[in-house]
Design a protein around this ligand. Structure first.
Ligand code: NDP
Length: 314
């Protein structure tokens, strides 16, 4: 290992809207941030198609292209964007040691965690093949493309109920596929879907195959009690079975909730470790939008800048 260990004032982990926005702000503040992209450069938006709800793009933009724009804007002000995966962090004493790809060590005065979350998927072949072609894990992002059409949604938690209700406002019919004979969601959310005439709940129902070649034109489901199969004619298939925050490497040191989302001090991006900030979906299981992630990325950079100014004064 090289004897010269690199040092940086701000190390940003993750390259979704939160990470790149933090980079833009930190770079413009003269902090020369280093950003590691993680395994999916650009984050979750690189697996979506059109983004129509990000302000500033009146005609919409493709997710991957938008993330390219974010990256270019971060680089324009001097962010060093590097491909690599942070595999270990040592927050036991300041400055902090961060290991990249299990080899390279960097000493960071502040760390911004923007590692995001990943949607859980059913794991069937047709779901992967038709992803972005009618299969989606985000009703708020993609529901609009199916306005006036019939769709199906899998899941029975609060997210699935919320998204089913959202879809029912746009689509003509929503089939909700629930694998047990009860829901996990809170009572109030359950009532909302049960009382919605546009939502039909299919209990004990699992997905056999999503039908279609280049686009979704149906789904074959089966009743896991009776084995009975049926085909539903739908053009959109939404998966809402939960998300997994990408936070496992911080487990030992950073305070998290029971689902692994990083806890931040309300009104800030501060974590329980001073000089370590968290933004984007790694700390937000409620809003999960590109624009909210970008907003908290901005907050993280400002928090880091203020923190550095304060410790330099001491
Ligand atoms: P949850 O883990 O709460 O629910 C996941 C749902 O997906 C469960 O109903 C589960 O079924 C189902 N599921 C999991 N795997 C499969 C599968 N392979 N096939 C079919 N169904 C499957 O995730 P959520 O995203 O709904 O919620 C996460 C957290 O966020 C919760 O704490 C929730 O309360 C909170 N939340 C709160 C909101 C609010 O208050 N407005 C809005 C959204 C989320 P099963 O029950 O059978 O295991």
């Amino acid at each position: 290992m090289s004897s010269e260990i690199e040092k940086t004032k701000v190390l940003i982990i993750g390259s979704g809207p939160a990470g790149y926005t933090a980079a833009i702000y930190a770079a413009r503040a003269g902090l020369n941030p280093v950003l590691y992209t993680g395994g999916q450069p650009g984050g979750q938006l690189t697996i979506t198609t059109d983004v129509e709800n990000y302000p500033g793009y009146p005609d919409g933009i493709m997710g991957p292209e938008m993330m390219e724009d974010f990256r270019k804007q971060a680089e324009r002000f001097g962010t060093q964007v590097r491909y690599g995966m942070v595999t270990k962090v040592d927050f036991s004493s300041r400055p902090y040691t961060v290991t990249v790809d299990e080899q390279k060590e960097i000493i960071a005065e502040t760390v911004i965690i923007s590692t995001g979350a990943s949607a859980k998927w059913l794991g069937i072949e047709s779901e992967e093949r038709l992803n972005g072609k009618g299969v989606s894990a985000c009703a708020v992002c993609d529901g609009f493309f199916f306005r006036g059409q019939d769709v199906a949604i899998v899941g029975a938690g609060d997210t699935a109920c919320e998204e089913a209700s959202y879809l029912a406002n746009i689509c003509s019919k929503v089939y909700m596929l629930v694998r047990r004979e009860e829901m996990r969601a809170s009572q109030i959310m359950q009532k909302r879907v049960m009382n919605n005439p546009k939502i039909e709940i299919l209990w004990n129902t699992e997905t056999d195959e999503i039908l279609g070649v280049d686009e979704v034109n149906g789904v074959r489901v089966y009743n896991n009690k009776t084995g009975e199969k049926r085909e539903l004619k739908v053009s959109g298939f939404f998966v809402a079975i939960g998300h997994e925050p990408n936070t496992s490497i911080f487990k030992e040191t950073i305070d998290m909730d029971e689902n692994g989302y990083i806890k931040t001090i309300p009104g800030s991006t501060k974590t329980n470790i001073e000089g370590v900030f968290a933004c984007g979906d790694a700390q937000d299981h409620i809003y999960r939008q590109a624009v909210t992630a970008a907003g908290t990325g901005c907050m993280a950079a400002l928090d880091a800048e203020r923190y550095l100014a304060a410790v330099e004064l001491v």
